[in-house]
Design a protein around this ligand. Structure first.
Ligand code: SF4
Length: 370
């Protein structure tokens, strides 16, 4: 593989193949000077060392309890003002109905994120988790990003640790990776100046990990950020992972511009998606999993991504709203059979996992974990 590489590419490739950690400068070299084919080959070596030929998926359902939000992130097509026509808020019966739908479909996980509704007290958000957990204790509740957790801390005037402890008592199982966007303060100021900054994002995950919760991490790319911001973002995640080991998977999220304030920006194409996937795999040497979120990438790019560093394609994802509000043209959900086909076509072996990456054994909609 290395025979035809330039001297500089060979030096970085040698580090990857020897299992050495890549520096910020190496990351910038990957961004600016290494061809996509070589990036993909190297990322695939690491991916197969960590996860063999397996491609993970899960059976999950989404719940976005409200789209009413006090913030106005410029990349967001999901949020709504309280009096907008599209504003909605789930009540308890609606939440129970969604959970029962997930249970009937054999879902192992419910993914919960949403807006920050200024008229709702912390108890309302707590009750979202409690209602889900009481309706079906077997379904894992993966809920609320650091943006929401820091909002709860703000409205209750209580520490983040206290907020997380209340949520765990109510049934919280783990945290998703959203709200990370790009950590660089200048970029963040232009995208979402009011919401939780990078330091807060890391503090919440650190506290969650200290409490024994696992969580994910993301990066929103393809908007106004530059390569150095992406590499810096990945290295900051790698540093916290060194400290706590609490992250499970990293998900690079492609910016979708439709219906956002940044609608004049071109959506990243498949080549950018694959390059970002491969660089993420190469920089995040202490993350076990890299996810190609098929809803966002589209099925074909997600399939290709399974050879560019990704080992997970997320799940059946019933009721996705956030990316579809921003113009995603993928279906709003897939069956397990469709996910199997997608993974087989990519030459990988599908394995159903639960939220914590335990293997799921399934008989129709009945399931157990190993
Ligand atoms: S990204 Fe989240 S916090 Fe920002 S406006 Fe949208 S819903 Fe609100």
């Amino acid at each position: 593989m290395l025979d035809t590489l330039t001297t500089e590419s060979r030096q970085v490739a040698d580090k990857v193949l020897a299992g050495e950690r890549l520096s910020f400068e190496d990351g910038m070299f990957l961004e600016q000077s290494m061809d996509l084919h070589t990036l993909g080959q190297l990322a695939n070596v690491v991916r197969e060392q960590k996860n063999g030929n397996v491609a993970y998926y899960n059976t999950n359902i989404h719940l976005n309890p409200t789209n009413v939000c006090v913030y106005r992130c410029r990349f967001c097509a999901f949020r709504s003002d309280l009096k907008d026509e599209k504003a909605y808020t789930f009540d308890e019966a609606g939440i129970r109905e969604r959970v029962l739908e997930g249970q009937a479909a054999g879902a192992t996980e419910i993914h919960v994120v949403g807006g920050l509704h200024h008229r709702k007290k912390f108890d309302w958000y707590l009750d979202v988790v409690r209602t889900i957990h009481e309706t079906c204790p077997k379904i894992h509740v993966k809920a609320w990003t650091p943006v929401e957790i820091s909002w709860f801390s703000f409205i209750t005037k209580k520490p983040v640790r206290w907020v997380l402890e209340q949520l765990v008592d109510a049934g919280l199982g783990s945290m998703p990776g959203g709200g990370a966007e790009i950590f660089d303060p200048e970029v963040r100021k232009q995208l979402c100046e009011h919401k939780a900054d990078g330091d807060v994002w890391f503090d919440v995950h650190r506290t969650a990990h200290e409490l024994g919760l696992r969580s994910n991490a993301t990066m929103l790319y393809g908007h106004i950020e530059e390569p150095q911001h992406r590499i810096d973002h990945l290295i900051q995640l790698r540093d916290l992972q060194d400290e706590t080991g609490g992250f499970q998977t990293f998900i690079p999220l492609a910016f979708h511009p439709d219906n956002t304030e940044l609608h004049t920006i071109q959506k990243p194409d498949g080549l950018v998606d694959l390059k970002t996937m491969a660089i993420s795999r190469l920089m995040l040497d202490n993350f076990e999993h890299i996810k190609a979120y098929w809803i966002m990438l589209g099925e074909q790019t997600a399939q290709l991504a399974l050879s560019y560093g990704a080992d997970d394609i997320d799940g059946t994802v019933v009721h996705e709203l956030i990316y579809h509000d921003a113009g995603a043209e993928t279906p709003e959900g897939k069956t397990v059979e469709q996910l199997h086909q997608l993974i087989h076509e990519a030459g990988r072996d599908p394995v159903e996992r639960d939220t914590l990456y335990r293997r799921v054994t399934r008989n129709g909609n009945e399931w157990t974990v190993a």
